[in-house]
Design a protein around this ligand. Structure first.
Ligand code: FEO
Length: 407
């Protein structure tokens, strides 16, 4: 456990988790932090919990000990969001301290019952409600539904101006004692921002409409510090992470960055000939290109690249009259996140029959993705010189359109 002071009377207790897949399938090359916050007035509250793995109950109690808090001293457990990465330990905490009051939204209360069969000592709070911890410290509650589950709320400490924002403004990446924006170098901050973008693309992206509503609501609070459930605390420049998240949310409908993502898969190297040609066509264009093979690269990284890119090139062959299946699977996930309004084109090889393109159209239409496609370059077997020249022309047209849209 990593224990640090956020502000007077507020302690962050963090469990850094590695060697797991977040939500069971998102890769974590640099781990993820699960942040709990102990807030003290005359009474004591713990905001957000952490996943119940690796004997975390014992470790968390030891951590409380180190900041001179006994379990029986804790008056409130505030469950901002019931997803078990924020509430996994709450059951043991509530069992060990039967006098504790659990504060949460009605939807969280329903989920606590559904997931843990827990209904005791639950006190439901609504948007705008507050609890007075004494010593001038009042916590107010602000529902931010669907950031990330329907139950989610943020908690605001009126004394310090700290917003405990739960999944909002979070990132992947473990944290240390330096896990504060005022203690990190610009390079280190850039790393967390990159991991925040990937986290957003994986976890929040599909709920961008609700993220925008949450941003509007949070703008009305006098926020001085942002303390999320994952990642670093922003106390020098909270406006920076608010600006980042505003930008990430805007990427859903685009335009995004003036960049292009090339997703490709190839069975016997025929489609890859076109891929190599397109990559060459990007030389000297000053347009940033992200290249992902849909077999080798993780869906987590692919989504992050597509999320920030105004342009997308898809390269895949026809397989049994339809699209190369791994590409179809990736595109379904891209559409599930509602990455809309991209400028795109497709290339690909076929043997005795095409079919990938009609499959692609079906996926895009069914998901109302509203991507604008330049005409495809589809070829029988290996691409001819004319077809390669056509790919160059399409690539140049795409880059021109992307720059016009995004700049
Ligand atoms: Fe960090 Fe939606 O859980």
């Amino acid at each position: 456990m990593n224990i640090t002071t956020v502000a007077d009377g507020i302690t962050r207790i963090t469990a850094n988790v590695e060697n797991i897949l977040f939500e069971g399938f998102w890769e974590l090359p640099d781990g993820v932090s699960l942040n709990s916050y102990v807030v003290k007035g005359e009474k004591t509250a713990i905001i957000d919990g952490m996943i119940n793995i690796n004997d975390i109950e014992k470790a968390f109690i030891n951590a409380l000990d180190k900041v001179n808090i006994k379990l029986e001293d804790v008056d409130y457990l505030i469950v901002n969001h019931m997803e078990p990465d924020h509430s996994g330990w709450f059951e043991s905490m509530a069992r060990l301290n039967p006098d504790v009051t659990i504060l949460c939204s009605q939807k969280s209360a329903d989920l606590l019952d559904a997931f843990f069969g827990w209904t005791e000592n639950v006190s439901v709070v609504s948007d705008g409600d507050s609890v007075d911890l004494g010593a001038g410290r009042v916590l107010t509650f602000h529902e931010i539904p669907n950031v990330h589950w329907p139950d989610t709320m943020a908690t605001f400490d009126t004394l310090s101006g700290t917003l405990f924002s739960c999944d909002a403004f979070g990132s992947y990446g473990k944290v240390s004692d330096k896990g504060y924006d005022d203690l990190l170098s610009e390079d280190e901050l850039a790393h967390y921002e990159s991991e925040a973008e990937r986290y957003y693309a994986n976890i929040i992206a599909a709920f961008s409409l609700f993220m925008n509503k949450a941003l509007d609501k949070i703008a009305k609070l006098p926020v001085k510090i942002i303390a999320p459930g994952h990642g670093i605390v922003w106390r020098k420049d909270p406006a920076r992470v608010i600006s980042d998240y505003t930008r990430y949310a805007s990427y859903q409908k685009g335009p995004c960055m003036p960049e292009v993502t090339l997703l490709w898969g190839s069975m016997y190297g025929m489609t890859k000939k076109g891929v190599d040609h397109i990559i060459d066509a990007f030389c000297d264009t000053e347009c940033n290109l992200h290249v992902h093979n849909v077999i080798d690269d993780s869906i987590s990284k692919i989504l992050a690249s597509v999320w920030r890119s105004t342009g997308v090139i898809l390269a895949m062959p026809t397989y049994e009259y339809k699209m190369f299946p791994p590409m179809a699977s990736v595109l379904e996930e891209v559409c599930r996140k509602k990455a809309q309004n991209r400028i795109a084109f497709r290339i690909g090889s076929y043997g005795w029959s095409g079919g990938a393109n009609s499959d692609l159209e079906e996926i895009m239409q069914r998901n109302r993705a509203n991507w604008e496609f330049l005409p495809p370059v589809e070829y029988n077997g290996s691409p001819s010189e004319e077809e390669l020249a056509l790919m160059t022309a399409r690539t140049q047209e795409l880059i021109k359109r992307v720059k016009e849209a995004a700049e």
